[in-house]
Design a protein around this ligand. Structure first.
Ligand code: SAH
Length: 215
């Protein structure tokens, strides 16, 4: 894999666009400027890797749009050493951004084909601090709970109770909820039984589905 001057130049312009669209957390912008997004796309889309768009990654899934990655990451208010559960590994790009920001990332994917492909890619790139699991994310990842942050990168119909229960007190869940269009929600666990809910902008994600899809 090669990161040319041309790629770096296109990446810089993408970062400027994200800044213009209101992304202001410099740590996020620095991670996105450092990480070559074209490594996470099939060769056929490499030329387009630095457009602010979602692209197919196989198995009928997409890599999230850079703006969406930056937006969800902003809402998570990442701190170094945060223990994060990501649901929907997909291409691995979002997981790698979180890891580059110093978080300890646990990421789950329900499709075996994507799980295997992405696990191998993340090992090859030596990103570190990411553990991949083939799981149904509607159940979370109970044996590693609780988490400081949970991020869902697929469009959910509702908020799975298991995810709320796997948050630390003070922890936050960022999840897009809705059928056709999803509203971004951030749920903060105030105490054992109390949760605060905040609503943000609308997005479009691939669906959050139950069960595992084997090869
Ligand atoms: N974070 C990814 C976005 C991938 S799209 C990236 O940066 O590329 C969302 C992913 O969520 C898809 O790969 C889809 O298969 C996965 N997904 C959907 N429902 C899921 C579930 N219940 N558990 C785990 N993964 C799920």
């Amino acid at each position: 894999m090669e990161d040319s001057y041309r790629h770096k130049g296109m990446r810089k312009r993408l970062i400027e666009k994200l800044r213009e669209r209101g992304i202001s957390d410099e740590r996020i912008l620095a991670a996105m400027e450092a990480l070559p997004r074209h490594y996470f796309l099939d060769k056929a889309f490499e030329e387009h890797a630095y457009e602010d768009k979602a692209f197919p990654i196989g198995s009928e899934q997409t890599i999230s749009q850079p703006y969406t990655v930056a937006y969800q990451t902003s809402l998570l208010e990442i701190k170094k050493r945060d223990k994060i559960l990501e649901i929907g590994t997909g291409s691995g790009y979002q997981a790698a951004i979180l890891a580059l920001m110093g978080a300890r990332v646990y990421t789950v994917e329900r499709q075996e084909a994507l799980f295997q492909k992405t696990k191998a890619l993340l090992e090859e790139l030596k990103v570190g601090n990411i553990r991949c699991f083939l799981r149904d994310g509607t159940k979370g990842l109970a044996e590693y709970a609780p988490f400081d942050k949970i991020l869902v990168t697929a469009g959910a119909i509702g908020i799975p109770e298991a995810l709320l229960q796997q948050l630390k007190i003070g922890g936050m869940l960022v999840i897009p909820v809705g059928e056709d269009v999803q509203k971004m929600y951030r749920i903060t666990r105030i105490s054992e039984k109390e949760f605060k809910q905040e609503a943000f902008d609308d997005f479009r994600f691939v669906p959050f589905l139950e069960g595992i899809k084997k090869l």
